[in-house]
Design a protein around this ligand. Sequence first.
Ligand SMILES: [Zn+2]
Length: 680
Amino acid sequence: MEDFSFRQIHLDFHTSEFIDNIGKQFSKKDFQEKLKLGHVSSINIFAKCHHGWAYHPSKANEIHPNLSFDLLGEMINACHEIGVKAPVYISAGLDEKMARRHPEWLIRDKDEKLKCFGVLRYDFMEPGYHEFCFNSPYLDYLIEQIEEIVTNYPCDGLWLDIVGERECYCQNCVKKLLEAGKDPRDKVAVKELAKETFANYINRVKDVVYKIKPGMKIFHNSGHIHRGRRDLLEFSTHTEVESLPTGGWGYENFPLSARYVQNKGKVFLGMTGKFHTTWGEFGGFKHPNALRYEAAFCLANGSRCSIGDQMHPEGFLDEATYDLIGKAYSEVETKEEWCSDVKACTDVAFLTLEAVEIKGNLSTNASKKEGENIYKSDIGTLRVLQEGNFLYDVIDLEDDFLQYKVLILPDYVRVDNELQEKLNEFINKGGKILATGESGLDIEGKNFAIDLGIDYIGTNEYNPDYFKPNFDLYSLKKTAFVQYSIGQKIKLNGAKEIGCRENPYFNREVFRFSSHQHTPNKIDNVGAGMTEHPNGIYIAWNMFEDYGTIGSLPSKEILIYALNKLLDNKTIEINLPSQGITTLMHQESKSRYINHILYASPIKRGEASLGTNPTDMDTFEVIEDLLPLYNIKVSTSVNQKIEKVYLAPQMEEIEFVQENGRVNYEVPRVECHQMVVLAY
Ligand SMILES: [Zn+2]
């Protein structure tokens, strides 16, 4: 499990046949020097690109028309000579040369529209790739290519790109459905066939590879980690979280996926890029501080690192790029001994709505933008937990709830019998629930399915309305705070009210409105808005979604207040600013805990559309300045008697006091990332 590099490069090389002199400047010595400059320990190199060309002599495929030697073999040789691993990349789903020869093998929608990256996009009159259906003869063609590469080259793994469950209406798929007595108009049948087709591809790859090299690492890349689909995680030997923070994923996508996979028992890595934007950006760069932070962010989440680059067609690695990468990876190299074989210590878990949806427990009122994978409630929950410095996992309904002190049901989690049983067991064993909005209601939305000491009345007819807590917020005095999301009306049945609802005078409409935005609050307690009960806390609005959408301070502070009330003996207390991040990793094999402290403030530097759809706006978040923090006070709850506390990798001991089950220490300075080791 631990035989896995921390400092990886994903070296794209999608190169058109209209470019000459492929690999002309390749030099083993220069390639090796650049890898050393970048402190690289593993690099994914190309056997076949999205254009469909092979970068090696091939019988199963066609070598790039402007390449005259075995570039793949030379690159593997260059890597192995200096102890760098060389997994091999194969474009599985895309092969543009073949797409034009056999358009009948492509994935298509009902109206014959083609797809790319699983999304309806291109016809043949726009530049861009087309994706193959694995229910066509293309699969045999691909499997032969894989067999040839694994037979002929000492590759350290296989990296197969652009694959996943794709609903397809090509005539092969239609025929298959009809022959099985199914109706191609039945969406469920089409979905099932998509699963079957993908599983068949996975098994064919596994069979052909393991016949030649049993146990080889195989990764199938779908881009997004589908939270709740554990079966998909099992298809690969390890997990890679493709998440380029400046390439449209943002800085919140990686932790959502990382905290989901961190307790699933597989080695995983986080993949970012050296680009300012995303893949294929020749000549685009981010600041070294951004890459330093992103690599450290991986380590702090128990992940290995991978940085995306694209090689020049003439076959050399760019000096500016490997100098940039080296600034991040030279630091990783000094830190990795504290980062392998670690287990995250966590207090809180939240049920990700993506997984809740798969199991059929999601309210139909939950919505997300067309084409997006992530619910705003998930983003809001992640932000609250991260900014509140809670130790957390992102979980699905199959995870063991009993390992957590507090379980968050964000906004839209409806409870069926199976979940009710699991939640009741959790509550009976002392676990606490934080439920917001419609969460905790039964599947029909009529009554609460778990006992939070409240009864359900219905949805509030006023919107926006106001929440008036009985407590001061951390930064603000108590008052009526506007709630943009739809509120739920409840009545007390054993719980204590810790805040109430106030309605506006009226809803804003064309013949009756007041002021610029919404109507002010009519000062009158019209019912509980937040309640406390031995089983947990309930808040009557989709407050996580509101925070994920609007980011208002009161929402965050109310949710943090609730979590702090539910959590006694928090594993970590720390005085970090809101953009500070902390994690605690247990490295049992070395008898130590590692407290990671990170700090950077990404800022928005622009907004533009780089894709083919001009309405798809990408925002560009940038990290340039890494301001140091001073005198960070930490209190950690651990069971063992701590012998010493030191800063790593500096190996400087710091003073600490262990009393009443807590270890207290002060970290004098944190710039970007600091590990504090608690050795026992
Ligand atoms: Zn098909």
